[in-house]
Design a protein around this ligand. Structure first.
Ligand code: THU
Length: 143
């Protein structure tokens, strides 16, 4: 595997900083996500909820939309996701199913299998995206 350009601690710090901007008045569950790219860039996102509850946008999806909206089409090496330390027993948060699929699209475009840093209050779980989303449906599935 290629050595990651972005430092893990820096990426986690960026995800924490993003979570500070969470708009989550309905769930009171602030999430931050940070994407680390092969060119050293970092793009963050946070969850944005809506009075129509089902329209909530997850932090990871917002981050991918921001990155792709700026032209990213691959190079995704690492993703940090942080949730609130006082919810879920402080266990590491893993991306929801939809976010796994959204992350997979960007990863697949560049042929990478990003390391996902699932940050909890006590520990950080490190897992490849392919382990969170085995047998993924992706761009190549449509060829
Ligand atoms: N949430 C995320 O931002 N990412 C996930 O992977 C799981 C859930 C958000 C959605 C909602 O705003 C809040 O967390 C509670 O579900």
């Amino acid at each position: 595997m290629t050595e990651a350009v972005v430092d893990e601690g820096d990426l986690i710090a960026a995800a924490h900083a993003a979570a500070a901007h969470s708009y989550s008045p309905y769930s009171d569950y602030a999430v931050g996500a940070a994407l680390g790219f092969a060119d050293g860039s970092v793009v963050t996102g946070t969850n944005i909820e809506n009075a129509s509850y089902g329209l909530a946008l997850c932090a990871e999806t917002v981050a991918v939309a921001r990155a792709m909206g700026e032209g990213a089409r691959g190079g995704l090496q690492m993703v940090a996701v942080v949730g609130p330390a006082d919810k879920g027993g402080g266990e590491p948060i893993t991306p929801c199913g939809r976010c796994r699929q959204v992350l997979n699209e960007l990863a697949a475009l560049g042929g990478t299998d990003p390391l996902i840093l699932c940050v909890g209050a006590q520990e950080t779980r490190r897992v490849q995206l392919s382990a969170l989303l085995p047998d993924a449906f992706g761009p190549a599935s449509l060829d």
